[in-house]
Ligand binder design. Structure first.
Ligand code: GLP
Length: 261
């Protein structure tokens, strides 16, 4: 696992976007795994800048969101398919119809989850998965206690996650759905490269548990320790509780140029 500690959120975005840009330069039709939430916004903005500058094109790429709330109407601004449209798709040149999300309004939820797994498989699997992390260590909506081998399924949100996410619903906790459809940890682990971004002191404990804690369903993010290609890009406050932060800085400073993302 590579841990990169940066000074600013913009730098997190730049380094995350650099990993996507390197991928797309060698594989123009890459399959991108797309996280919602505030953490990846600077990464999406940096990709938008690169697309506008003509440095890269995402026209041949496709995308899959990690998760979706259950029950939000199609036009709801917090439906994750809408959020990703606003935060990413509308800013770059990826065709909207190439970006998919689980169907949070499906009448047959197990079938919708199986369909989503099939769509990812049919696309050839995710090349690069962008991830945030919840303050309780969740990835996508895999809350603590989620099976580390789980597949796309319905998941009930913890009260902490609902409280954290109430800020996106004008602070109205009752408006935050209590369930989601989420890629499982087993699904996420099949992506070829995982890029986790996090910032702020509120993520310090989750980052410590994910990067240096025991691999345990108590912290779903800790499953990343079992993946052969993970890049964690964080700012100083999010890194504050890491035991080996000096080593991560030294390794990053000494990284051979040819190694790439
Ligand atoms: C949400 C999403 C996750 C996201 C996490 C952190 O609940 N389902 O994919 O990583 O919370 O969000 P944020 O980046 O806004 O802190």
């Amino acid at each position: 696992m590579e841990v990169i500690i940066t000074d600013t959120v913009d730098e997190i975005g730049r380094l995350g976007a650099e990993a996507v840009a390197q991928l797309v330069s060698r594989k123009p039709d890459a399959v991108l795994g797309l996280a919602t939430g505030s953490s990846p916004v600077s990464l999406y903005d940096d990709l938008a800048r690169r697309v506008s500058a003509g440095e890269i094109s995402l026209r041949a790429c496709s995308g899959f969101t990690l998760d979706e709330y259950v029950g939000l109407p199609p036009e709801h601004p917090q439906r994750y398919r809408m959020v990703i449209e606003q935060d990413f798709v509308s800013k770059v040149d990826i065709p909207s119809e190439s970006v998919h999300a689980p169907d949070g309004l499906a009448a047959d939820i197990p079938a919708a989850c199986a369909d989503y797994e099939r769509m990812i498989r049919d696309a050839g699997g995710v090349d690069l998965q962008i991830l945030g992390i919840g303050s309780d260590g969740h990835i996508a909506f895999n809350e603590p206690g989620s099976s580390l081998a789980s597949r796309t399924r319905i998941k009930t949100l913890t009260s902490q996650t609902r409280r954290d996410n109430a800020r996106f619903f004008d602070g109205d906790l009752d408006a935050v759905p209590s369930q989601s459809l989420t890629q499982g940890i087993g699904t996420i682990m099949e992506a070829r490269h995982l890029v986790m971004v996090a910032n702020g002191a509120g993520k310090a404990e989750a980052i410590r548990n994910a990067v240096e804690g025991p691999v345990s369903a108590v912290c779903p993010g800790s499953a990343l320790q079992l993946h052969p290609h993970v890049t964690v890009i964080i700012d100083e406050p999010a890194a504050a509780l890491l035991q080996f932060q000096d080593y991560y800085r030294e390794a990053w400073a000494a990284k051979p140029h040819w190694q790439g993302s």
